[in-house]
Design a protein around this ligand. Structure first.
Ligand SMILES: [Mg+2]
Length: 229
């Protein structure tokens, strides 16, 4: 059994900055600042983005924490508005649907998500590109822990509960578009696969020693082979 955990942004889909605009509008509304405009959101959890950007803006730690849940709620409202008002912003990455179909058809694969998005944000983004959320049965979200390297262990625990048996770290496969995806499961021996459909090139991802790296997820046979070998 392998548990295949997909990152969302830059891996399954892209939202053309809708997520960032939704977050910046929420931070502006609650703290009057958006932080560093050069700051990269990719590879980060939603709470990490808020904490790091509001620290950068000089907001006190207790104020950041006190407003965290309200800010996330505002972000989700903004994200829903963004995705509804400009539905063409959300685009599925090439090869995703055939790959998910292939993996879903195997009885030795369990599908899941491992993402910095809070759960409701993940649901909204997948809905915007017509990918069924419920096919992902073992998940770890940005609302489970602010620190991404904690997420693989959370996913493993959920996989053990779901499958009713022990799951070793090397039975988990994480596929993502950033070095953070490649590194986050290293301490428990997760198999990491990079895909260059986000902002990092194949060469840049390869420097972080993933088990494999792809230009896209279009070559279903090769990607499945890399996941399950
Ligand atoms: Mg990503």
């Amino acid at each position: 059994m392998k548990v295949v955990l997909f990152d969302i942004d830059g891996t399954l889909l892209r939202t053309d900055g809708a997520g960032r605009r939704a977050m910046e509008r929420a931070m502006q509304a609650l703290h009057g600042a958006v932080g560093d405009t050069e700051y990269r959101y990719d590879g980060k959890t939603d709470r990490q983005i808020i904490r790091e950007q509001m620290r950068e803006a000089g907001i006190a730690e207790d104020a950041i924490l006190a407003q965290m849940d309200v800010l996330i709620a505002r972000y989700l409202e903004n994200l829903a508005d963004e995705l509804r008002d400009r539905p063409d912003q959300a685009v599925l990455c090439a090869g995703v649907l055939p790959l998910l179909d292939r993996l879903r058809g195997r009885d030795d694969v369990t599908l899941g998500l491992l993402t910095g998005n809070v759960q409701q944000g993940a649901r909204q983004k997948l809905a915007a590109v017509g990918v069924a959320f419920d096919q992902f049965v073992v998940n770890a979200f940005g609302c489970d822990h602010e620190h991404r390297p904690e997420l693989p262990s959370i996913a493993r625990g959920r996989a053990e509960s779901y499958l009713g048996r022990a799951i070793a770290g090397d039975q988990l496969v994480i596929i993502g578009d950033t070095p953070a995806d490649i590194h986050c499961g290293r301490s428990i021996g997760v198999r990491a696969i990079g895909v260059a459909t986000g902002r990092y090139s194949v060469e840049a991802l390869a420097e972080h020693d993933p088990a494999a790296v792809f230009v896209s997820l279009e070559d279903t046979d090769a990607v499945v082979e890399a996941m399950l070998s």
